[in-house]
Design a protein. Structure first.
Length: 203
């Protein structure tokens, strides 16, 4: 997993409420376990007409938001069924940060385990950032994980809270496997002792 320190990029406004994981990546795109290529299915139902053709009207299909790295979202983002493909699809499109007033727990945890930063702010702060994102002339934000700050084009900064463990995992680029491998020496020492005391476990 890549280390996460700071992101500066276009922020796309997505003020819809209760965007569920099926909206993020519909079930027909879940046939793969590859993390690449899922960006084309991101928000598929919102981006296409009844024949499946892209309309070009969805925010992420319009300039400058087609190069977005950040999404400013409505509340309860990522609700619905559990599917790790949802953060995969967002990341494959290029999204590195989502900012909302609330998230579904499973999506929240899945996102961090895949190296994506989710920031929770008060609704009034979300409204302010949504206004920034809606200004297509300058919708760029900077997100600094180490300082836990968001900097807007007008110079206003927003501080955000984050669990220290989740923060450290992102800064070090550690997923569950990486966290386990950090204890490799301890695990090997335990196994060496167990081989002596319980050799039948290793036959």
């Amino acid at each position: 997993m890549e280390k996460f320190t700071k992101v500066t990029g276009v922020a796309a406004p997505l003020p819809m409420v209760n965007i569920d994981t099926d909206k993020i990546i519909p079930k027909q795109f879940l046939k793969t376990i590859e993390r690449t290529g899922l960006g084309k299915g991101l928000f598929h139902e919102l981006r296409t007409d009844s024949s499946g053709k892209n309309t070009g009207e969805f925010v992420l299909d319009r300039s400058p938001y087609n190069n977005a790295k950040i999404i400013i979202a409505g509340p309860n983002f990522g609700c619905g069924s559990s599917r790790e493909h949802a953060p995969w699809a967002l990341q494959d499109f290029g999204i590195k940060v989502v900012i909302s007033s609330s998230y579904a727990d499973i999506f929240y945890n899945n996102s961090f385990k895949n190296g994506m930063l989710l920031i929770q702010l008060a609704p009034e702060q979300i409204d302010e950032l949504m206004a920034v994102a809606n200004d297509s002339e300058n919708p760029e934000l900077s997100v600094d994980l180490e300082e836990q700050k968001i900097l807007a084009p007008n110079g206003v900064s927003y501080s955000f809270d984050l669990d220290p463990f989740l923060k450290q995992c992102l800064l070090e680029g550690l997923d569950d496997i990486g966290l386990t491998l950090k204890k490799d020496e301890t695990i090997s020492s335990f196994e060496d002792k167990q081989r002596i005391g319980q050799p039948w476990n290793y036959k």
